[in-house]
Design a protein around this ligand. Structure first.
Ligand SMILES: *Cc1c(COP(=O)(O)O)cnc(C)c1O
Ligand code: SF4
Length: 351
């Protein structure tokens, strides 16, 4: 029994158990080796075991790839990468206005696994698995088990896309769509290619950054070969996440003709500072990635301690605007149920 098939909770990331299949891509074995034991994490970082909340870890388990851990600073309990993944007691405090499904996504799902909220684009949640568990994630309570399409259920999502000629862009999301193996991804993409009104494929992934080994030859082959125009939107919140391997991975994607964008979440104690965000933009550009959105977090239960007030966020934006060329300034936004797109947050004063 291989370790991966024990630990992955969806079929997309599973490795066939047949002894005939020997080749396991590096990223899959690295995903299986991710740290899930909080005491191991704190031990490796030489930190006090008391920092952890076992209750919070039960609520949403810890998961960190080892290569992401290597980008953290030892002995620093305030490390901005650590804060994104460590379960702490503050998550368990009840906060009014913070809900389990803040986006009411289940209502926007016309068929299993497909969200069609905005004109011209539809989003497929093709897997519930992620390479890392981010404490502020609105999906921490999302009932994926019920809403992930198994392969037969792709049928109804694809049928929906065929019946809606106004949809020209398909977003792959999750979970992390790149936690699904390339064989399944290739099959899905070839089925999308056969729908003539679909022009663009957009992949929203954090795995490409937290585990840059994911951008391997197999992935680049099908991404480079698809007839769809492709966009990869990565998710980076702090410049320290971008090491040499990430830069190399992004360059490989560029060479495969993929457009690269980044979205971040504005997080108290991680990146709520103009200097930190300016450094992030500069570092992203070194990796060939343009900043796209800076999200105000979704008000999900357990994430209130990360919130940055809109007034403060607008101050940070004004400083960013003064410090950077326009193309390195992300758009501050939030998602509001029922809105026709992301809501851009702008101050009354002009800057
Ligand atoms: C965010 C989102 C999109 C993409 O919005 P863009 O503004 O085009 O980036 C599409 N569909 C859903 C359901 C979304 O949540
Ligand atoms: S969906 Fe994205 S933000 Fe949420 S846990 Fe997975 S990688 Fe993190």
């Amino acid at each position: 029994m291989n370790k991966t098939s024990e630990t992955m909770n969806d079929w997309g990331a599973m490795i066939p158990r047949s002894p005939a299949v020997k080749h396991v891509p590096v990223w899959q074995s690295e995903m299986a080796r991710a740290i899930t034991d909080p005491q191991e994490l704190l031990g490796l970082l030489a930190l006090d075991p008391e920092l952890l909340s076992a209750g919070a870890a039960r609520d949403f388990p810890l998961k960190v790839p080892r290569s992401f851990l290597a980008r953290m600073e030892k002995g620093n309990p305030h490390d901005p990468l650590l804060r994104q993944v460590l379960p702490i007691g503050a998550e368990l405090l009840p906060q009014s206005g913070y809900k389990k499904d803040p986006l009411q996504e289940l209502e926007a799902m016309p068929v299993n696994g497909l969200l069609h909220k905005y004109q011209g684009r539809a989003l497929l949640t093709i897997t519930g698995a992620c390479g890392i568990h981010c404490r502020y994630c609105f999906r921490r309570h999302f009932p994926y088990a019920e809403t992930n399409p198994s392969r037969d259920q792709w049928h109804s999502a694809l049928e929906y896309l065929r019946r809606h000629p106004e949809i020209s862009e398909v977003l792959l999301s999750g979970g992390d769509p790149l936690s699904m193996n390339d064989r399944h991804l290739t099959e899905l993409v070839s089925r999308l290619e056969r729908i003539s009104h679909i022009k663009r494929l957009r992949i929203h992934t954090r795995l490409a950054v937290v585990l840059p080994e994911r951008i391997d030859g197999q992935l680049l082959r099908w991404l480079g070969a698809t007839s769809l125009q492709t966009v990869v939107v990565v998710h980076v919140n702090h410049a320290n996440e971008i090491n040499h391997e990430v830069i190399q991975a992004m360059h490989k994607l560029r060479r495969a003709n993929v457009s690269l964008l980044n979205q971040s979440v504005l997080l108290r104690g991680v990146n709520d500072d103009a200097t930190i965000l300016a450094e992030l933009s500069e570092r992203l550009f070194e990796a060939n990635v343009l900043p796209y959105y800076l999200h105000q977090l979704d008000r999900v239960q357990g994430a209130a301690h990360f919130e940055v007030e809109d007034n403060r966020a607008l101050e940070i934006m004004a400083e960013l605007h003064a410090a950077l060329p326009g193309y390195l300034v992300p758009r501050l936004c939030r998602e509001e149920p029922g809105a026709p797109g992301k809501t851009i947050i702008q101050g009354v004063r002009s800057y």
